[in-house]
Design a protein around this ligand. Structure first.
Ligand code: SF4
Length: 322
């Protein structure tokens, strides 16, 4: 069996939200998620906003400590390790954020942005660092390199800024990258290019990826496996093709049917399945969390929560229909 690079074990992340003057209630952003990624694998996490996917990505990078559960990297438990001892992990695990503008310093040139992590981790001298910067810029196809080295973020297009964000994530040669909606805030014309670029680099360098998105179509393109999250839980997980071609969970069906297609009959099905907004994670419904919106619900669905169980090799679902 391939060795797990990163493993999240029964992760729960509860935030306290203030209601009124004296009362707080727990928001269950992530509510018992176990998932692992092997070296070089891309796992897509798909779900609507508020399903907990971004929180899960931040936990996988140990930017957040979970309320309970364990985080393992190459078998080492890093859940409670303090920041000083995490330096080796910080070098090997990187992030690509949704908004390239807010994730890079607007007062630094491209060269300074890319040199910063190298200096922080004491990599090379000035000449060696320039070589690494040039290689990273060539990797993300920001060429001719000399044209970009001295530019500030405001002098770049959204797509070019995200390429700088990707180059920054790559420059330390990480084993793991969590990319949170990396193309959602750039113009539509650059999205496909950036996605292809990410995929190309992921395969070229054998990097394990956690790809966070609300769009199951891009997840299918980018990922080896897909996990569908709903209200803090994984409701279906399997190989990307298998999950999209032989979808099991009614919520995953709804996400697939919500992908815009020219056929208007799909829009009717979308309306039939995704009834209303998802309930608040502060107050997940009893039983199956999807039951208030599920057109297939039946007698047991509002009583107990279905477990995630493997129904085909490598394909698991949490639904009483299976
Ligand atoms: Fe729908 Fe019931 Fe399956 Fe939940 S368990 S998805 S309510 S059929």
């Amino acid at each position: 069996m391939d060795r797990e690079l990163i493993k999240l074990e029964d992760i729960k992340m509860y935030f306290q939200s203030r209601v009124g003057l004296f009362k707080t209630i727990p928001i269950k952003a992530v509510d018992g998620v176990s998932v692992s990624i092997v070296k070089g694998e891309a796992l897509g996490i798909v779900g609507e906003s508020g399903c907990g996917k971004t929180t899960l990505a931040r936990i996988s990078l140990r930017l957040l400590k979970p309320t309970s559960g364990r985080i393992f990297f190459e078998g080492k438990d890093i859940t409670d390790v303090d920041e000083k001892e995490l330096k080796w992990f910080r070098r090997r695990a990187q992030a690509v954020f949704q908004d390239p503008y807010s994730s890079i310093n607007p007062f630094m040139t491209v060269r300074e942005i890319l040199e910063e992590p190298l200096i922080l981790h004491k990599v090379g001298d000035r000449t060696e660092r320039l070589e690494l910067i040039s290689k990273a810029l060539a990797d993300v196809k920001l060429t001719p390199i000399e044209e970009f080295l001295g530019k500030y973020p405001h002098m770049l297009s959204g797509g070019q800024r995200q390429r700088v964000g990707i180059a920054r994530a790559l420059i330390l040669k990480p084993d793991y990258i969590a990319a949170d909606e990396p193309v959602s805030m750039i113009d539509a014309s650059s999205r496909a290019e950036i996605l292809y670029l990410l995929k190309e680099l992921q395969e070229k360098y054998g990097i394990a990826f956690l790809y966070i998105t609300h769009d199951i179509a891009t997840a299918k393109h980018f990922s080896n496996r897909i996990a569908v999250m709903y209200l803090g839980k994984i409701v279906e997980i399997g190989g990307s093709r298998e999950l999209v071609n032989d979808t099991l969970h009614p919520y995953s069906h709804a996400l697939i049917e919500a992908v815009p297609e020219p056929d208007p009959s799909n829009r009717l099905r979308e309306r039939r399945v995704l009834v209303g907004e998802p309930p608040s994670p502060a107050n997940p419904p009893r039983g199956c969390r999807f039951h208030p919106r599920c057109p297939y619900r039946f007698e047991p669905c509002d009583k107990d929560e279905p477990e995630l169980k493997e129904v085909k090799k490598g394909h698991s679902v949490a639904c009483y229909l299976y």
